[in-house]
Structures are given as C-alpha cells and as structure tokens.
Ligand binder design. Structure first.
Ligand code: ADP
Length: 257
C-alpha cells in the first residue's frame, strides 16, 4: 500500500464536553507523519469544523439553521487547521488545506485542477487535509444526514486519487450485525465483500450529538470503494495510532475488500 486516504470523524476529534481532543489530533499527526516518512502518500479527510466551532462558541447543541451551521464551520475550520498545523509541524510534517464541494468534483475542468493540485502536493510529500467547504456547500449541510459527515467525500477522494486504501476512523470498532449501542448481541463483522440491502438494514444512525452520518453513510462509502475494486478499513479512531496496526496487516475493524 503506497497511497492512503484517512478519514476521521467528528466524534474522534471531539471530547464529550465539546472541546477538541488535542491528544487524538496529536496522535493522528504523529501516525500520519510516520507513514509519510516510510515513503507513503497520505491524504487526510477531516471532519470536525462545525464541532470545533460549537466548542468555540460554547454551544452544546447543533443549531438547526443552515446559516448557523455554516458560520460555525467557518469558525471551526480555521481553528482545526491551526491545531493540525501546530501538531504536524511538531513532527516536521507539512500539510495543506483543500476545501471541496461536490460541484467542483462534478465538472471535468475543476475536477482536473483538483486532481493536479493533489498530485503536486503528494509529490512534494505534503499531507492535504481535505474537508467539505461547508460555507458554500448548502446542499450538503442540508442533506447531512443522508450524505454523511465526509464519509461519502472520503470515498470520492479515495476513488479519484486511486488510493490503495481508505481508512475510515469512527467512534466504534467497526461494522456490527446491528447497532451495538442498542443491541448487546451485535457482533463485529471482520470482512465484507459486498454491501447488500441486508447490510444497510443493519446500519443505523449516528451515535453521538457530534457524529452525523452514522453507519449508513459509511456503508455507502464502502459500496463506492468496492465498486471501484478498492479497499477500505473501518476502525475505531479513539487512538489514531491504530493506523499503524492496520498498515501492519493486523486484523482490526471491518475490512471491505
Ligand atoms: P463518526 O462521527 O465517527 O462518523 P457516527 O456517529 O456518524 O460516527 O457513526 C458511528 C455510529 O454508528 C456508532 O457509534 C453507532 O452508534 C452507529 N451504528 C449504527 N448501526 C451500526 C452498526 N451496525 N455497527 C456499528 N455502528 C453502528
């Protein structure tokens, strides 16, 4: 595996009290820098802008109004990047910010610009930190529950960049036979080759107030990955150094292959 896309969800980046989980961000920075130093190319798709914005303003509930969510994303995105910039710099790793919208990726011309820019960044050993441009992407915020908090975007990025692996970090160990928060009998599915209607039935909504997509959007992303004959691992991002275990071929989380 030489090109990896890592997606980290809001729930892994935030503490329950609404503060940014600096330790998790530090671990993530350390781990991804380690991969680059081994000669791998890494793209980070990071959520958390709205959550960070809520933390800044001391809000405990996500506002309904789109305009408020977009304003929070605008506040939080810059804070998030400041923290990433500091932590990655501590390990000597350069990063960049790439804000995307779906229409950018729908038009061949702008898609090509994005592609070329990403290739240049990776060629320079930079880690692009990708997020949806929430300030302009009204549509996405509006349909957040169906499109998911960057789950779908991370799959699109992995497909377009021909990544060898998409690592999706969530607040749960993987995909279970049912939502473990509701069904104590639910069992971890270690490997899945196909996302069927039955799999989708087993996937429920988000687990925390910060999580947004829930399992359904992760499965949709996995289906996209499988369709393009690529690989995805869904694992627990509580400790982002789990990425090292995944790269070592250890059995963690759910492997979609
Ligand atoms: P993130 O912010 O990391 O993207 P989400 O909260 O959006 O996380 O999604 C993960 C949550 O999905 C889990 O914590 C769990 O509550 C819920 N979930 C629903 N169905 C399942 C399932 N079949 N297996 C695992 N988790 C599930």
């Amino acid at each position: 595996v030489s090109r990896i896309v890592v997606k980290i969800g809001t729930s892994s980046l935030m503490h329950g009290n609404g503060k940014l989980n600096l330790q998790a961000i530090d671990q993530l920075s350390y781990t991804l820098t380690g991969l680059v130093n081994e000669g791998k190319q890494v793209i980070l798709v990071s959520s958390g802008a709205i959550g960070a914005g809520m933390g800044q303003l001391g809000l405990t509930e996500r506002p309904e109004q789109i305009q408020k969510q977009q304003a929070l994303a605008s506040i939080g995105q810059s804070e998030l990047m400041t923290v990433y910039q500091q932590r990655f710099a501590a390990y000597g790793q350069r990063i960049s910010q790439v804000l995307l919208t779906h229409d950018v990726l729908d038009y061949p011309q702008s898609r090509e610009y994005v592609h070329n820019t990403m290739e240049q960044l990776l060629d320079w050993g930079v880690i692009p930190v990708v997020n949806e441009n929430d300030t302009v992407a009204v549509d996405e915020l509006d349909h957040r529950t169906t499109f998911g908090d960057n789950d779908k975007l991370s799959a699109i990025v992995a497909v377009r960049s021909h990544a060898d692996l998409l690592i999706m970090l969530s607040d749960i160990d993987g995909f279970y036979t049912g939502n473990p928060h509701q069904d104590p009998q639910a069992k971890l599915i270690k490997e899945l080759h196909q996302v069927t209607a039955d799999s989708l039935k087993r996937a429920g909504g988000a687990g925390t107030i910060f999580g947004t997509g829930g399992m359904a959007t992760k499965l949709t992303a996995a289906a996209d990955i499988l369709k393009h004959k690529q690989m995805m691992v869904l694992a627990n991002g509580a400790n982002p150094s789990i990425i090292f275990n995944i790269m070592n071929g250890e059995e963690v989380g759910t492997l979609f292959i």
